[in-house]
Design a protein around this ligand. Structure first.
Ligand code: FE2
Ligand code: FE2
Length: 279
């Protein structure tokens, strides 16, 4: 089967599912699919020619969705990791006052592995707690919106984290297009496939890069890109638990619950909590 269009997980690799209840089974299957997704985007594409920008644009009218849509609404809606033929499933009910950890366990299901592994890498690399937190949060806004996800993420977390952490989340997106040899960061090969081999970032990305490059917190945002982890390690421990202490120290959890606290971004948390509401 064409690896890029594989929609069913390899159940044989998943061990004994018989002892699991329905929800655990659904989670295990979903995690296996994400594992395969991660392998497929980080695998060896050396024999394949990346598409051009024009070839990517030609595909737009052949899709029933736009590529910027968040994972919660159209799971993995992207040619390079496409499960777009899958139905979405019924989401488990969040607690009345949901915490960040609840969102991680019950809503950030498509981005969770990637950000947990990025934060784990940052921890192993001896990064500060604020950078580890920024790595942990850097891509979860893609559950709502992939387009400009750095800005969406910076805004989503702004009321609850330090200015420095939201800066790193917001601007990691723009920095990903620009190498920095001083820290061994290269342009990601996967971007040639996602954006096209001849892609040039738009002027606002270039201007943002120039601004961030001169900023005193440049390295905070840069370290998110350095620890952005695109290879799945099957032995990695990918749970939120190792990060709960850092969350406790650096994330201002509202006592009313995320989405119930009347902050300027409560509606964004409610959208993540209840993406099936029609209006
Ligand atoms: Fe990102
Ligand atoms: Fe990332």
């Amino acid at each position: 089967m064409d690896k890029q269009h594989k929609v069913l997980p390899n159940i044989a690799e998943m061990g004994d599912l018989s002892a699991m209840d329905c929800e655990a089974k659904a989670d295990a299957i979903e995690e296996q699919m994400i594992r395969e997704l991660n392998i497929s985007i980080s695998g060896d594409h050396s024999g394949e020619r990346p598409p051009t920008v024009a070839e990517i644009e030609e595909e737009i009218p052949r899709r029933t969705y736009r590529r910027g849509v968040g994972f919660l609404f159209v799971p993995s809606a992207n040619k390079w990791f496409q499960f777009a033929n899958d139905n979405v499933r019924v989401l488990s009910r969040l607690p009345e006052r949901p915490t960040l950890a609840d969102f991680f366990k019950q809503r950030f299901t498509c981005t969770r592995n990637h950000v947990l592994q990025s934060a784990g890498l940052a921890m192993r690399n001896g990064m500060s707690e604020e950078i580890i937190l920024a790595c942990l949060l850097h891509d979860v806004a893609q559950e709502i919106m992939k387009t400009d996800h750095g800005w969406w993420g910076g805004q989503l977390f702004e009321p609850y984290v330090s200015e420095r952490v939201s800066f790193a989340i917001r601007y990691h997106q723009a920095l990903r297009y620009y190498p920095d040899e001083s820290v061994g960061y290269e342009y990601p090969d996967v971007y040639r496939r996602i954006f096209g081999s001849d892609y040039v970032p738009p002027p606002y990305i270039e201007q943002t890069y120039q601004m961030v490059r001169k900023h005193r917190w440049y390295m905070d945002a840069r370290m998110v890109t350095v620890n952005d982890y695109y290879a799945f390690d099957p032995d990695a421990v990918v749970t939120i638990e190792p990060f709960l202490d850092i969350i406790g120290r650096h994330f201002k959890q509202p006592k009313e619950g995320l989405g119930q606290d009347n902050s300027p971004v409560s509606h964004m948390w409610r959208t993540i909590a209840t993406p099936d509401l029609p209006l």
